[in-house]
Design a protein around this ligand. Structure first.
Ligand code: DGL
Length: 263
């Protein structure tokens, strides 16, 4: 089972389908709780642990992936303490960015909740070391990602503002990797790359990276000895408005989620 506040978790599911095409999946969207990124730590922790507890009881998943950086960086340890189900988190791809950066200057776009977490401080200390991690909170990119998947246009100015905020810092001109540290943001990757190069004059060599493929590999390795059979079609549940969620039915169907229900 994968949990996010909305379509962000689909970026992890997309990669998961590549490595585990036959694994039965439940995709859970806590749309009634979105956004997590502007809530307090206590609110996110209480919501995620309560919701996952109820979902684990109802669906009995073999593994849970918190496909949300905000929820993972805040509540992963707490949820692992209370649930017996193995849990995989999603945290900003600081390690791969740092390993492949040549300038040592890395940008991080995430929600306000994510970028201030001690979890991110620890990843920075361990992997960026003497390099520089420039963090910018861009919760205003979450809704454009939702809108894009509902077939609505994306406002390039909102994307440009987020990228400009990274280069306002004196070292910002040396950024060679931008980490998309919210699972919603890879849905805007093509637009972000386009805005960076054509609207803002960034080098086309700047790489936008995220951790979804790594998360999928981690899930696959944890499930490598499991046997599955899909008796019913995979499904998606929302805690929010079902009619609104059904506007995503084509996108969900493309990822093998052919039933849509309410939690
Ligand atoms: N997709 C979530 C993340 O990765 C954030 C979206 C939200 O703020 O609800 O952080």
């Amino acid at each position: 089972m994968l949990l996010d506040t909305g379509v962000g978790g689909l970026t992890v599911l997309r990669e998961l389908r590549k490595v585990l095409p036959n694994a039965p999946v439940i995709f859970a969207a806590d749309e009634a709780g979105r956004p997590y990124g502007t809530k307090t730590e206590a609110e996110v922790a209480a919501r995620v642990s309560g919701l996952l507890g109820r979902m684990a009881e109802r669906y009995k998943p073999r593994l849970i992936c918190i496909a949300c950086n905000t929820a993972s960086t805040i509540a992963l340890d707490m949820v692992r303490d209370v649930l017996e189900t193995p849990i995989v988190g999603t945290v900003p791809a600081i390690k791969p960015a740092a390993l492949s950066s040549k300038t040592g200057v890395i940008g991080l776009l995430g929600t306000a909740g994510t970028i201030r977490q001690p979890y991110v401080d620890r990843l920075e200390k361990e992997f960026v070391g003497e390099g520089t991690l420039l963090r910018h909170a861009a919760p205003e990119l979450v809704e454009p990602a939702e809108q894009k998947l509902r077939g609505e246009p994306v406002d390039r100015a909102v994307l440009a503002a987020a990228l400009n905020a990274l280069t306002e810092h004196p070292q910002g001109l040396y950024i060679d990797h931008v980490i998309l540290g919210c699972t919603h943001f890879p849905l805007l990757k093509a637009e972000l790359e386009d805005v960076a190069v054509f609207d803002l004059g960034w080098s086309p060599d700047v790489r936008f990276i995220d951790g979804s493929a790594g998360i999928a590999r981690r899930i696959a390795s944890l499930l490598k000895d499991e046997k599955y059979a899909r008796s019913d079609p995979d499904f998606a549940v929302t805690t929010g408005n079902l009619d609104e969620f059904k506007r995503l039915s084509n996108v969900l169907e493309d990822l093998g989620l052919s039933r849509i229900t309410q939690f």
